[in-house]
Design a protein around this ligand. Structure first.
Ligand code: GTP
Ligand code: MG
Length: 188
């Protein structure tokens, strides 16, 4: 059949927001993607979310959608590694930005700083790079809705790039497919 188009995606967001958990769910070894799990398989999927540790630097992962073959740069969100982010914008076709929507520390200023970091590096300002945001940890009782998160991030001000926000629960894999479908439709 036709070879899938290869695209690079940069996965950004503060530490502990759930980036690696999301990417792990999208990887093909996760049987969750193929339907409800029988008890026999549950331990396989649990291992995939339990073994996750804070990312050092970044990891490179691959997964496929129906028409694209994704290479994801899963970056560390820790402040000491955030200077790595800018080196990968140039090669990227899209950004996945993950927010911990249950994080009480994630105040307006933090959001503002993050959004500046990922939206305004000088050499990509002019590029029409789709931005997919996950308002992750939607299962937490104190979680903000995706509408609330998009207000805090002032997403309506983004006019030069297509963007989309999905509520997600990365531990259960909920909301991720909607996001990947949107990405697939908006990457050129
Ligand atoms: P860094 O690599 O340090 O930048 O962090 P990260 O963004 O990759 O976060 P990671 O995927 O390591 O997840 C951090 C913690 O949040 C882990 O304990 C995950 O199990 C947990 N977590 C991730 N997604 C969710 C979610 O949707 N709901 C809940 N309740 N916990 C989540
Ligand atoms: Mg990580």
């Amino acid at each position: 059949g036709l070879k899938k188009k290869e695209v690079n995606v940069l996965c950004l967001g503060l530490d502990n927001s759930g980036k690696t958990t999301i990417i792990n769910q999208l990887k093909p070894s996760n049987l969750r993607l193929y339907g409800p799990l029988s008890d026999d398989w549950k331990h396989v999927s649990q291992t995939q979310t339990q073994d996750i540790v804070p990312t050092i630097g970044f990891n490179i992962e691959k997964f496929k959608s129906s028409s694209l073959s994704f290479t994801v740069f899963d970056m560390s969100g820790q402040s000491r590694y955030r200077n790595l982010w800018e080196h990968y914008y140039k090669e990227s076709h899209a950004i996945i930005f993950v927010i911990d929507s249950g994080d009480k520390q994630t105040d307006r200023q933090t959001f503002f700083t993050c959004s500046l970091v990922f939206l305004l590096p000088p050499d990509i300002c002019s590029r029409r790079m789709p931005v997919l945001l996950f308002a992750n940890k939607s299962d937490l009782r104190e979680a903000m809705s995706s509408v609330k998160v998009s207000q805090l991030l002032c997403l309506e001000n983004i006019k030069d790039k297509p963007w989309h926000i999905c509520a997600s629960n990365a531990v259960k894999g909920e909301g991720l497919q909607e996001g990947v479908d949107w990405l697939q439709d908006h990457i050129r």
